[in-house]
Design a protein around this ligand. Structure first.
Ligand code: COS
Length: 379
């Protein structure tokens, strides 16, 4: 796909920011696990936190392709920053912009688009992971308020969110994926607690935490979309989220590939650069080919979404391919760097750990195969 001038310009802005501001702190925040508040604030000023938010609500109003390019460039140097931007834009801002009333959007989107607060998505529970319909969090209408009770897990950006889109069962008799609704829950609401941040293998500076909801009372007007239609809403949200994770994974793969490629030219053994050995040359060739295939799938998913065509299957393909590619490429990058690759002196071991999340979050590789396979086998 040929990028237009606007898309190229946004990509360049993201690349410059990633290289100058994020790359220098990526290793340090990986070790400390500290959320990078200052650079996230700067990304808000640059518009990266409101990329797909319409301009009337303070966003950039960019297309999905531009958004994915930004996420790729940021993830190229730091997966944690990439995931923060991706989750906020596609799991927080996107469903609110797509489903919210004008009042809901006015209340939360402008602050989200500029980074005054983040938005987050609370779907997963201990018993509702791959089986997203297994939600146990319940919401009961009492007068003009919804009262929510339950717990959520692995919720990205939750400590920095002004509001979290929470999914809850509203028809307690309904079985399976029916009878679920979505709510906008301001994080300062009494009874709402963001628990301790998780200590993770990778994406260590990204904010991930469990949530507890104890008699959380929100106005009836905070229902997002229609009652009992929530499952479809969050499936649609995840379809877009899968493009985001494809972009994160692609960025990580590109970052690791570039380090390995350059190193292979500089490193000399047996009196010549290791890239002149076919064993290494072929690894570089395989990495570059997989990256190119992932990129084309991601562009195609973006193109379909941008043109209003069905894109769920293509998004799942892009996510599956890019996250598996990120694992393949980061593994090979460590191999090319040998002992150096196994140390923190080079970023590839961090990228390897960060890449793993992409095969799990927003639907495991196995779930993506289910989504793709079901579509292929439909009448
Ligand atoms: N867009 C719109 N509607 C969708 C949809 C989509 N992408 N996918 C499913 N639906 C609809 C179906 O059409 C069906 O509607 P009807 O009841 O009107 O027929 C309904 O939702 C239930 O669909 P289905 O029977 O396929 O649901 P399943 O319980 O079998 O679940 C999977 C399907 C496994 C694909 C789903 O649970 C899933 O994606 N799980 C992974 C969740 C995940 O990614 N978790 C990580 C979250 S990180 S934020």
């Amino acid at each position: 796909m040929l990028l237009n001038e606007n898309q190229k310009m946004i990509r360049q802005i993201a690349r410059d920011f990633a290289n100058s501001k994020i790359a220098p702190i990526a290793a340090e925040i990986d070790v400390s696990g500290k959320f990078p508040e200052a650079t996230v604030k700067e990304m808000g000023e640059l518009g990266f936190l409101g990329l797909m938010v319409p301009e009337e609500f303070g966003g950039v109003g960019a297309d999905v392709t531009s958004y994915a390019l930004v996420v790729e460039e940021i993830s190229r140097v730091c997966g944690s920053h990439g995931l923060t931007v991706a989750a906020h834009n596609s799991l927080g801002c996107w469903p609110l912009a797509a489903l919210g009333t004008n009042e809901q959007k006015q209340q939360f989107l402008p602050k989200a688009a500029t980074g005054e607060h983040l938005l987050s998505f609370g779907l997963t529970e201990a018993g509702a992971g791959s089986d997203a319909g297994g939600t146990r969090t319940a919401a009961v209408l009492q007068g003009d308020q919804w009262v929510l009770n339950g717990t959520k897990m692995w919720i990205t950006n939750s400590h920095y969110a002004g509001a979290i889109i929470i999914t809850a069962k509203t028809d307690l008799e309904a079985t399976g994926s029916s009878g679920i609704s979505a709510f906008l829950v301001p994080t300062e609401t009494p009874g709402f607690t963001v628990e301790k941040k998780e200590d993770k293998l990778g994406m260590r500076a990204s904010d991930t935490a469990p949530l507890t909801l104890e008699d959380v009372r929100i106005p009836a007007a905070n229902l997002l979309g229609k009652v009992n239609e929530g499952f479809k809403y969050f499936m649609q949200t995840l379809d877009g989220g899968r493009i985001s994770i494809a972009a994160v994974a692609l960025g990580i793969a590109v970052g690791a590939y570039e380090v390995a490629r350059d190193y292979s030219n500089e490193r000399h053994q047996f009196g010549r650069s290791i890239s002149s050995f076919q064993a290494i040359e072929f690894m570089i060739a395989d990495m570059a080919t997989q990256i190119q295939a992932s990129r084309q799938l991601m562009y195609e998913a973006c193109r379909l979404k941008d043109s209003g065509e069905p894109y769920a299957q293509m998004a799942a393909m892009a996510k599956l391919h890019a996250s598996e590619t990120a694992m393949f490429v980061t593994d090979k990058a460590i191999q090319v760097l040998g002992g150096y690759g196994f140390t923190r002196e080079y970023p590839v071991e961090r990228m390897y750990r960060d890449a793993k999340l992409c095969t799990i979050g927003e639907g495991t590789s196995e779930i993506q195969r289910m989504v793709i396979g079901r579509q292929e086998l439909k009448d």
